[in-house]
Design a protein. Structure first.
Ligand code: ZN
Length: 303
C-alpha cells in the first residue's frame, strides 16, 4: 500500500502506570494528531457504561458512537461485541498461544487473521475520518497489539516503548489497591513490570520504526524526548514543545480509557515529581523489587 494512504499510528507500549495518559493528551494537541486513549479496550468499555473524557457514556458519546457505528457497518459481524472479541483473540497479552502464533507466524494466512487485520484497520480508519486527523495515538501499551499493527499492511506503525521506574509503578498499583481495600504484593508488581518490559523489548526488536523513552526523562526534559519521538515518527513537535515551555493548557479529546486525569477539561504539563515513591514505598518493598527485577532495572538505567 502507498505509504501516504497508510494510517500512521503512534503507539505506546510497555507497562501501565507509566505516564502514557499524559503523553496521549499532550500529543493529541498537535494539529494532525488524535489521542484516543487505550484503543484495544474499546470492546470492554463500549457497552459497559464507561465514561468518555467528554463525560458521556461511550455509547452516547457523539464521537465514539459514530466511530463504532461506522466501523461495524464495514465489517462482516453479527454484532459489535463479537467484532471486538476477535481483537482480544489475537492480542491476548497473557496468552501463550497468542505469543507463539505471532512469534512463529502461525495462521497468518488464515481467514481469521485477515479478518482481524481488516477489523483493526477499519476501526482506525473510522477514528481517522471522524477526528479528521492523520495520525492516531494509541496508548494500549500491550506489546502484542504493537506487533499485530506492525504486521498490518494498512498501518504505518511508530512504536514508543515507554518505561517508568518499576518501583514508581509498584507504588501506584499499591495505592490503587489500597483504595479498593485490596492488596497488591510487591513481588507480583515486580514480576509484572519486568515481564511486560521484556515482552516489549522483544516486540521492539521486530518493529521498524521504534524508540525507547523513559517517563522520568520526559518530565525532566520534555523537549528532548518529544524531538526524539518526533524524529522516529516523522512529526514536528516544535509547537507542542513551545506550549509546554509557556505552560499552556492542553485540551483533552474524547479519550476513551486510561488514567483518571483524562476527565479534566484541560491539563498543564507540570514538572510533577516523579520520585514520590522513594519516600512512600517502604524499604522492604524496595528490596524485594530490587532482588526480583534487578537486571531489568539496570537495563533501563535505574539505580
Ligand atoms: Zn466523548
Amino acid at each position: 500500500m502507498d505509504k501516504d494512504k497508510k494510517i500512521k499510528v503512534l503507539y505506546f507500549a510497555g507497562s501501565g502506570r507509566s505516564g502514557s495518559t499524559i503523553l496521549n493528551i499532550i500529543l493529541g494537541n498537535h494539529p494532525h494528531i488524535f489521542g484516543g486513549g487505550e484503543l484495544q479496550n474499546m470492546g470492554q468499555v463500549y457497552n459497559a457504561n464507561k465514561i468518555c473524557s467528554c463525560q458521556s457514556p461511550l455509547i452516547h458519546c457523539e464521537f465514539w458512537s459514530s466511530v463504532v457505528n461506522d466501523w461495524s457497518s464495514k465489517i462482516e459481524e453479527d454484532n459489535i461485541t463479537s467484532g471486538f472479541k476477535k481483537w482480544s483473540e489475537v492480542e491476548g497479552v497473557f496468552s501463550i498461544k497468542s505469543w507463539v502464533k505471532m512469534y512463529f507466524g502461525i495462521g497468518k494466512k488464515d481467514a481469521q487473521f485477515k479478518e482481524y487485520l481488516k477489523s483493526t484497520s477499519e476501526f482506525l480508519r473510522s477514528v481517522q475520518q471522524h477526528s479528521k486527523k492523520k495520525v492516531l495515538v494509541d496508548i494500549s501499551k500491550n506489546p502484542l497489539r504493537a506487533w499485530a499493527l506492525e504486521e498490518n499492511p494498512d498501518i504505518d506503525l511508530r512504536m514508543v516503548h515507554l518505561v517508568r521506574d518499576g518501583r514508581a509503578v509498584t507504588w501506584s498499583l499499591k495505592r490503587t489497591a489500597e483504595r479498593q481495600n485490596r492488596k497488591r504484593p510487591t513481588w507480583r508488581a515486580a514480576m509484572f513490570w519486568a515481564l511486560i518490559n521484556r515482552m516489549t523489548n522483544l516486540v521492539r526488536s521486530k518493529v521498524e520504526h521504534r524508540t525507547l523513552v523513559r517517563y522520568e526523562d520526559f518530565i525532566e526534559n520534555p523537549g528532548l524526548v518529544l524531538n526524539q519521538i518526533g524524529e522516529m515518527a516523522e512529526i514536528d513537535f516544535t509547537d507542542i514543545i513551545n506550549n509546554i515551555d509557556k505552560n499552556d493548557d492542553f485540551r483533552i479529546d474524547h479519550v476513551m480509557a486510561g488514567n483518571g486525569i483524562r476527565k479534566a477539561d484541560t491539563i498543564k504539563f507540570e514538572t510533577t515529581k516523579t520520585d514520590g515513591w522513594i519516600k512512600k514505598l517502604n524499604s522492604r518493598s524496595k528490596n524485594i523489587f530490587k532482588i526480583l527485577s534487578y537486571s531489568s532495572l539496570k537495563k533501563f538505567n535505574y539505580r
